[in-house]
Design a protein around this ligand. Sequence first.
Ligand SMILES: NC(=O)c1ccc[n+]([C@@H]2O[C@H](COP(=O)([O-])OP(=O)(O)OC[C@H]3O[C@@H](n4cnc5c(N)ncnc54)[C@H](OP(=O)(O)O)[C@@H]3O)[C@@H](O)[C@H]2O)c1
Length: 269
Amino acid sequence: MDTKFKDKYGDWAIITGASSGIGVEFAHQIAEKGLNVVLVARRKELLDSLAAELSAKYKVECKILSADLSKDGFQFDILDATKDLEVGLLVNNAGMNCEGHFYRGSLERNLQMLQLNTKAPFILAYEFGKQFISRGKGGIIFTSSISAFNANPYLSHYAATKAYILSLAESMNYEFKDKNVDVIAVCPGMTKSEMTKGMKDGPMLMEAAPVVKITLDNLGKEAYVVPGFLNKAQVFLSSRLLSRDNAKSLSGALLKKVLPATNKKKKEN
Ligand SMILES: NC(=O)c1ccc[n+]([C@@H]2O[C@H](COP(=O)([O-])OP(=O)(O)OC[C@H]3O[C@@H](n4cnc5c(N)ncnc54)[C@H](OP(=O)(O)O)[C@@H]3O)[C@@H](O)[C@H]2O)c1
């Protein structure tokens, strides 16, 4: 239990993308601080078992909401399900990627990603931000990425969605500060989750737990955080030491090597 955190961001937190990866870790660490949680994702069975685990372990209330955030109008179910709850924290974490050469993903998949990674978090931040401002307290967390800091050929559209999120979060952080509403973006590098399943373990692949801890520790202090020394060094190199043009060329050369999908014709999932 973290009384200070609960007073500022309780009684309830909404966590999107709570069925796997970083979202599961957000759910654990937020419930551990004593907040009740609304868990949102599409896979209901995963949310059910997480809710059972959290309520047994941390003695908090859990609600689950199976929703596809890439569909128009998704917010109405969330607003309806939470209308009688005092929501004080929104974690806009759900996301998907579409990596590889520019035409690898279908237009449909790209538009689904655009809606899930940008429009959905914007809509939720808009709606719950209003409630937080009128209550005079609250917090909003956005999951961006280190790919937000420079152009990333072969990750072009995904990185652009994450740049949108970082810019939105930083500006909201400034505007909402004097309303006592804290906004932060977390910009992880490669982190263990379903998104990175199959990637070789190594120093570049972080666990989700420290990513989430750094985020929660810095809510109310920073506008964004980059977890991990190697990720910080990468951001420093690409956004401070190199020109935008050189950062783009370096990212393009590296990603072309690293991402198998840039070279092979691969059926998308
Ligand atoms: N892992 C990394 O290396 C990394 C690095 C930087 C940023 N990120 C960001 O971190 C966030 C979390 O991703 P993760 O790494 O934890 O990957 P993950 O394990 O694949 O989790 C993605 C989450 O988003 C949910 N989701 C996907 N499509 C959805 C939809 N249409 N509607 C509702 N929920 C949906 C998934 O749940 P369902 O499938 O059950 O719907 C899942 O809970 C994402 O925003 C991602 O871009 C990840």
